[in-house]
Design a protein around this ligand. Sequence first.
Ligand code: NAD
Length: 284
Amino acid sequence: MPAKIIDGKKIAEKILEKAKKDVRTLKEKGITPKLVVIQVGDDPASSIYVQKKHDKCLELGMASEIKKFGKKITYTEFLFEIEKLNKDDSVHGILIQLPLPEHLSHKQVFETIDVAKDVDGLNPANHGKNLLGKECFRPATPIGIMRILDEIGVKLEGKNAVVIGRSNIVGKPIAIMLLNAGCTVTICHSKTRNLKEHTLKADILISAAGKPKLVKENMVKKGAIVIDVGTTKMKNGKLYGDVDFEKVRKKASWITPVPGGVGPMTIASVVENTVKACREITNA
Ligand code: NAD
């Protein structure tokens, strides 16, 4: 039997419905949750993600602003801009769209984001708390993935989870969250030898490499849950995941499509985190 397809849009709608109610309650108290997304440069894929987050916030009655900077912005200027947002009482969530140019990718940039407004969990303090399993802002995509796993009713304890990718925004935090939930976790990356040897052991396989068709049918165990985080925009304008969807779905038990799987969950989690930040900052 082919895998059941996980409808990320539908799960995200439930989260957004709740967020909409929370926004209404906050607005009745005279508070409007506001997200600011910072983008440096004009990478077309990043621009799409930024716009989607912005549009969703506005649709829900929140305030939202996109701050775009040219790639030539200096490190000092960039930190100054983040600090301005930290001090701005009308702003509750600050999200830096990645990737950043090399000269801005220092840890210091992420440390500058106010921990209370860090709605994509980029500040090392939030990474540390995630590692320890403490209450904090976690990155939106891993939150979305955990939600998906919860929604399909998988019991995580004792499962073999294999994560492809070790970025600070997806691979590492999701691996930690799965570990804290009781999975046995393997993290694979570009230097991993014989990827297939690892992926074949996965009850839960999460791919966040950004390499179309990296995950093939012969790399997946029968009945595995396959979560495809990868999104690569091809020259034909289509978005491709990391997983060879049509073939892998014949073997998996559950699978996320691209688009319509993890993407909508990321947006919903950013919205949810911003509303949470607003409530906490304003004590509302
Ligand atoms: P990244 O480039 O920072 O990290 C990619 C990781 O994949 C690296 O750790 C690298 O070692 C690993 N990798 C690359 N090629 C590999 C290979 N052949 N075998 C094994 N590992 C390999 O990217 P990221 O920010 O973590 O994002 C990963 C992908 O997920 C991208 O396609 C990105 O667009 C997508 N993404 C999607 C969402 C969403 O909401 N759907 C959110 C974030 C990222």
